[in-house]
Design a protein around this ligand. Structure first.
Ligand SMILES: C[C@H](O)[C@H](O)[C@H]1CNC2=NC(N)=NC(=O)C2=N1
Length: 119
């Protein structure tokens, strides 16, 4: 049972077949400040001072995505990176939310907060 943010950070992604119920997704979203459920995806906008810092985050998140084999949609602008997580493989391939989305969202937030220089 995952009940804290630290629990999410302590997990890794595994190939997902099971979608989360709406209630379970809403409960887990409460563990992730800054993230919200929008159109069936877990979404957060990360903001930066300039394009270089935005792109550094994008690259760090790409590294995490490869390591976890779970890949968000990223919309990149000069000072923002909108990150959207969902899982294609659940609901018989129709897509939905899995625990992997919440694990990666927690780790993406940690990447953002680990910057020594303020964004
Ligand atoms: C086998 C491997 O786990 C799958 O192909 C992964 C790769 N990355 C993925 N990323 C996302 N966001 N959803 C997926 O369902 C997904 N599937």
């Amino acid at each position: 049972m995952i009940s804290t943010h630290a629990d999410l950070l302590g997990h890794n992604c595994h190939p997902a077949k099971d979608a989360l119920s709406a209630d379970e997704a809403a409960r887990l979203a409460l563990l992730l400040p800054g993230w919200s459920l929008e159109d069936g995806k877990l979404v957060r906008t990360f903001s930066f001072n300039n394009y270089y810092r935005t792109m550094a985050f994008v690259n760090a998140l790409a590294y995490l995505s490869h390591a976890e084999d779970h890949h968000p949609e990223m919309t990149v602008t000069y000072k923002n990176c909108i990150v959207r997580y969902d899982t294609h493989s659940v609901n018989n391939g129709q897509g939905g939310l899995s625990i992997n989305d919440f694990i990666c969202a927690a780790k993406a937030g940690l990447l953002f907060h680990s910057a020594a220089v303020k964004q």
